[in-house]
Design a protein around this ligand. Structure first.
Ligand code: SF4
Ligand code: SF4
Length: 317
């Protein structure tokens, strides 16, 4: 039986890999901290996690400030909507062909359990919040429990191969597949580059993320990092220069008001806004891990090949 399960696991792994999956790991359900897996599937025995790399080249535009669409379309939208669903469905089919149940789980950023939070990768106004209606897994915790990697200070999952640069999906099944080990944390050295890299100061020194502040600056409120921000941005805001400098006090209500005024970049033809902050938290982390030489995927040249840029201040009260 164990041999059958090993063979089935291998088939699932190969299915993901054939369709672009880079890392596939799984853990026995009991070890998962997020017990919502049992709400989703009371008979779940194994949770499989498949990670897909975010291409290093897809970050080039947000690193250099040359193009912003590419990261959004190639590292967020297409991965979530096109690249990852197909292998997830095919892997589920492999398990169903073997007579097991298989429940696909992908991120659905427009649905949140928490009533007071937001997701910077989508328009806050489009998010449906309601615990009664949906059970969304804690993706980061589940990835760690599946054995994918460790959580860095900022909460991002880090892997040996790609650092913070991957997205992932899950598959719940009642097949008892042989588990992979949970990773012992060894990558994050608490350097704090993810904290200092955020142009909107959305991550506290202890790593706590202010998701509303993050949404404001992800969407482009920081003048030093947004080449599309006009000189008269936020004309009616008394603290407009503090907002643009990334230093204003921002409550969730205030964040909504500011976000409603952010239309500085060509409107997306899809629902994912551009990352005008350059996902600097993850980018700085990647650069740090690469410089330390701890990532197993090596490149002939370093990612950062020119000094970090900042636009001069043109904003006045
Ligand atoms: S930037 Fe440093 S502190 Fe932040 S997650 Fe990466 S390694 Fe950890
Ligand atoms: S760098 Fe961007 S994504 Fe990261 S915390 Fe700051 S605003 Fe959010």
């Amino acid at each position: 039986m164990q041999t059958d399960m090993q063979a089935l696991k291998q088939k699932v792994i190969e299915t993901f890999q054939k369709l672009g999956g880079d890392i596939v790991v799984c853990g026995n359900a009991e070890r998962f901290h997020d017990k919502r897996i049992f709400e989703l599937m009371p008979e779940v025995k194994t949770v499989i996690c498949a990670a897909f790399r975010i291409l290093r080249g897809a970050r080039r535009g947000i690193e250099e400030g040359t193009t912003y669409y590419q990261y959004t379309t190639m590292a967020v939208e297409n991965m979530e909507e096109v690249v990852m669903p197909m292998p997830l469905l095919r892997a589920c089919a492999v398990l169903e062909d073997a007579g097991f149940r298989a429940l696909p789980q992908r991120r659905t950023p427009w649905i949140m359990n928490e009533k007071d939070k937001t997701n910077p990768e989508v328009d806050y106004a489009e998010i449906y919040r309601g615990k009664e209606a949906e059970t969304m897994l804690d993706f980061e915790q589940c990835a760690v429990d599946a054995g994918l990697g460790e959580r860095g200070l900022s909460g991002t999952v880090l892997t040996d191969e790609f650092g913070p640069c991957q997205r992932y999906v899950f598959l719940l099944t009642d097949a008892a597949l042989p588990p992979d080990p949970v990773q012992t944390p060894h990558l994050c050295d608490r350097c704090g580059k993810c904290v200092t890299g955020c142009p909107g100061h959305a991550i506290a020194p202890d790593g706590t993320l202010d998701c509303w502040r993050c949404a404001v600056y992800y969407n482009g409120a920081c003048g030093a990092k947004n080449p599309f921000l006009p000189a008269n941005a936020f004309p009616d805001e008394p603290d407009r220069t503090a907002i643009i400098a990334g230093e204003a006090k921002i409550s969730p209500e205030r964040a909504r008001e500011i976000l409603d005024e952010i239309h500085f970049y060509p409107g997306m033809k899809h629902s994912y806004p551009a990352s005008m902050c350059g996902r600097a938290c993850d980018t700085e982390c990647y650069i740090h891990l690469e410089e330390k030489g701890v990532l197993t995927r090596k490149f002939k040249t370093p990612f950062r090949i020119r000094p970090e840029w900042k636009l001069p201040s043109i904003w006045k009260d």
